[in-house]
Write a protein of this length. Structure first.
Length: 320
């Protein structure tokens, strides 16, 4: 929720912008409306496509995977444990920024994980819960007296372009002590080096998020604060400040136009890059043998509204 912090100026939204702050009483109504709209139709496309970072990155990685996930709406029954840890960490840090989480609540994390991810086996849930708790408790202790002022724990933004929509689910917005506006991004990862950090700064995700923020708010964005939760034996929690990448935003627009043209052509051929960060694509089974038995045994039909209420899902990356 956006609120005025003592000594800090309020955030102003441009007229007509579709911006939802969570928690917000309007969020249910917004998502209900979005779920009834056609987000993607097989060519010819009758309505504008709504692009998120996840949707674009899946298309760029593999056209067949895009079809199976967004058109056939398939989702593997069990997700990779590292991705689950990242999702739980994001959820808990959101609660912490909202003032709804204190350290003692972490003790019941296994119960929460079991509810969020019902396909987990009990021992895997316990492993996930312990790892997530270790990271979140460490982060909270390090930043209990945080100089940053988080003015929104989570923001959903949609921006209309001439041929498509851009959608962003942003971890948070914050102000530094000089009142400058920053995007806040949490990243869980096994390691952090210059290669990893430079990839974040120059990536497609940051370009989309920075663009939609500046287009929807009456204020210049200074850049992104990456808050890292590094899963080493002794967890580390560094922060990195990165200015807005203007050339990256220009490339992002070119990417969106190119992806749109390719989707309209309807070519859903597979990629040969079936491994990413040492993990097989969740749809490799179907690429090898797309049978009804395999679909029923390993996949479920995903609800349409999950495309955007869970925008950070579906990525195949080392971080989350």
């Amino acid at each position: 929720m956006v609120e005025r912090k003592k000594g800090h100026k309020a955030l102003r939204i441009k007229e007509g912008a579709l911006v939802t702050f969570d928690p917000n009483p309007e969020v249910k109504e917004v998502w209900s409306r979005l779920s009834r709209e056609a987000t993607l139709l097989i060519p010819p496309i009758k309505e504008k496509i709504r692009f998120s970072y996840s949707k674009l990155s899946i298309w760029l990685h593999c056209h067949r995977r895009y079809k199976l996930y967004y058109l056939d709406r398939l989702q593997v029954k069990r997700k990779d444990e590292n991705l689950q840890i990242g999702a739980v960490v994001h959820d808990l840090l959101k609660l912490w920024n909202d003032g709804k989480l204190i350290s003692k609540h972490i003790e019941k994390l296994e119960e929460q994980v079991q509810t969020l991810y019902p396909f987990n086996e009990e021992d895997e849930s316990l492993t996930t819960a312990r790892e997530a708790a270790r990271l979140v408790v460490g982060y909270i202790k390090q930043y209990e007296k945080d100089p940053l002022k988080v003015i929104s724990s989570e923001v959903h933004i949609q921006y209309e372009m001439p041929d498509y929509y851009l959608y962003a689910r942003i971890d948070g917005l914050a102000r530094t002590q000089d009142d400058r506006l920053w995007r806040l991004e949490y990243k869980t990862t096994k390691k952090m080096d210059n290669y990893y950090l430079n990839g974040l700064k120059a990536g497609l995700q940051g370009a989309i998020y920075d663009f939609v923020i500046e287009e929807n708010f009456k204020e210049k964005l200074s850049g992104t604060i990456y808050s890292m939760l590094i899963k080493t034996q002794v967890p580390q929690f560094p922060r990195a400040f990165s200015p807005v990448n203007r050339p990256g935003i220009r490339r992002m627009h070119e990417t969106c136009q190119g992806v749109l043209r390719e989707i309209q052509q309807g070519n859903f051929y597979p990629s040969s890059a079936c491994l990413n960060y040492g993990r097989a694509c969740e749809f490799k089974i179907l690429c090898d043998s797309d049978t009804l038995d395999n679909r029923e045994a390993f996949y479920i039909i995903r609800p349409a509204e999950e495309d955007f209420t869970k925008e950070k899902g579906g990525k195949q990356e080392e971080d989350s």
